[in-house]
Write a protein of this length. Structure first.
Length: 284
């Protein structure tokens, strides 16, 4: 079984997706479940976790609606205003839907100390009682602050998106390597093997250039806490869906079959508490 633990849907318009620059012209169109289903079939992927691409509660509601219509959407990482004093109302409303598995905020667009704000941390405290994960979206430079942030919530389950976006384009491994190894010492922190191609030169990356970063993530978290993600359709600026699946397969090819299955599915199933389309929890 293969689970793609990180992708997005959208109905494109320039105002709502201003982060999609002119250089990302391939993304200036709709990407919907029928488009992803075709990619999944070609890449032999069985299910996905859909991640919010806009920071609105309407986005969360839309993704949950899509998940209700498509069994292959096993879970949703939504958005709620964690810094709002009314965040618990939104969380309790959305958490009634069993396919809401996590929330995230686009911390990479915020100041480095945003994640230490008291109101943001107060909102995050509401996740664990509801069984929700927090997805961490950051750049490498934010890792020192992220260590402080995670340490404030030692019982919370976290998932680092895109291996914390190291400086692959410049072939710089440090200090990202030491910091990600330190972050991985926290046993409730997991990591998505995703987003590497978009941190490299889109037109000139090679698997060998990406390999030290993938191997570091696997060394840091171990297969039991690493999960595969495509970052489709964003990955299309640099790499097709099936091509990224093949590259990731190469990175984990020397692991045992059981360890490979953890990366392909078991870690995501366990961390996000995913269920099969029939409602039965997948084994890992």
């Amino acid at each position: 079984m293969r689970i793609d633990a990180h992708h997005h849907f959208w109905r494109y318009n320039a105002a709502e997706y201003a982060w999609i620059s002119e250089s990302m012209g391939v993304l200036h169109r709709d990407f919907l479940p029928q488009h992803l289903a075709a990619e999944m079939q070609q890449a032999a992927v069985d299910g996905v976790v859909s991640v919010a691409a806009r920071q609105t509660v309407a986005e969360t509601a839309w993704l949950l609606e899509l998940a209700g219509k498509h069994d292959f959407i096993r879970g949703v990482v939504g958005w709620v205003p964690l810094a709002s004093p009314k965040v618990r109302d939104d969380l309790e409303r959305f958490a009634k839907n069993p396919k809401l598995k996590a929330v995230r905020h686009v911390l990479q667009r915020e100041s480095d100390d945003y994640m230490l704000r008291p109101d943001f941390n107060e909102g995050l405290k509401a996740l664990r009682p509801l069984g929700l994960v927090y997805d961490i979206l950051i750049f490498e430079r934010q890792l020192p602050t992220t260590l402080q942030f995670v340490d404030r919530h030692p019982q919370q389950v976290f998932v680092v998106n895109h291996i914390a976006k190291p400086r692959i384009r410049e072939n710089i491994l440090q200090p990202w390597k030491d910091l990600i190894l330190e972050l991985a010492r926290r046993p409730r922190v997991h990591c998505k093997l995703s987003g590497l191609v978009t941190e490299a030169d889109w037109g000139a990356w090679t698997p060998s250039q990406l390999r030290p970063y993938a191997e570091t993530a696997l060394e840091a978290f171990g297969p039991r806490r690493v999960m595969f993600g495509s970052d489709w359709p964003v990955c299309l600026v640099a790499c097709g869906y099936s091509r990224w699946r093949e590259v990731a397969e190469g990175f984990i090819s020397e692991l045992s079959p059981a360890e490979q299955q953890r990366v392909w599915a078991g870690t995501a199933v366990e961390a996000y508490k995913l269920a099969s389309p029939l409602g039965e929890k997948e084994s890992s």
